[in-house]
Design a protein around this ligand. Sequence first.
Ligand code: FO1
Length: 314
Amino acid sequence: MLVRPSRVTWVISVLSGGVGAARLLRALQRHRPDVELSAVVNVADDVTMHGLTICPDLDTITYTVAGLNNAEAGWGLAGETWRVMEELERLGGLTWFRLGDRDLATHLYRTQRLGDGATKSEVARELAARHGLRIELLPVSDDPVATVLETEVGRLSFQEYFVAHRHDVVVREVLYEGAPDARLGLGAERALRDAERVVIAPSNPILSVGPILAIGPVRDVLAERRDDVVAVSPIINGAALKGPADRLLGEMGLPVSVLGVAQYYAGLIGTLVIDEADAHLAESVRDLGINCVVSTTVLANEDNARRLCEVLVP
Ligand code: FO1
């Protein structure tokens, strides 16, 4: 049975990638303080560089919700310095994946704690607490999971595709290595089963949400309670605000529109929230058996953020 403190009126869990999810979580925290929030976060972008374990989506959410993020880049810290990278470059080291001086402290902390025997979930909780987050950050799994892409230039790891190739190569197949055998993190399993509502953030369906859906029982858990599952479309007027979500939908044979998002999540969601710019497609979404709500999905200002939060938490 759910026992909640009196000021909590809703318990919500958000399936999360990086920047799109981070902005939604920050908006929900700001505009709905009555909501007890957890984020079930993708870990298939995680990478080891210079022996350090880097978890981009967890860190993007932590920095953004804490108000420390580099808003322009969408990753890393604001006001970052790059002394270590400059020196590494001078030494001829590996610098295509750039780690800022202060950001490095996060990776050093995580790597040491993992070496001590802590889990990713424990480290995420510790870092969230150090940053004063009121959101529970839950890696979807503590087991290794990795997104790998078959592309026109061969098989690439996620960060090789995303950063080294600037997601500008044709993708033929996306694989979520380790996902079928990965166990849900303990916190993630509880959040997905017990939250009153599960929100799928406006993250890249194929690269950010896909790896979460590929883990063990996640699809079944969502399908069983699909009326409580609401997705926010990351596609507006046929394009992604940031990143290759639009291009990948097309490459995976789906329509490059909110209809592609609806088809990708069909059977798992009860409702899709789409932007006013796509209002003319609402009926076609409904034809797929998905309730469709037209709102604003661009969190460009506090007014928009408040409106979307009201749709997600009525
Ligand atoms: N994205 C880039 O485009 N270039 C980088 O050099 C880069 C470094 C980086 C370091 C730490 C981190 O947490 C994220 C970083 N990202 C970088 C972002 C990351 O590649 C992607 O945004 C996510 O994996 C996609 O959600």
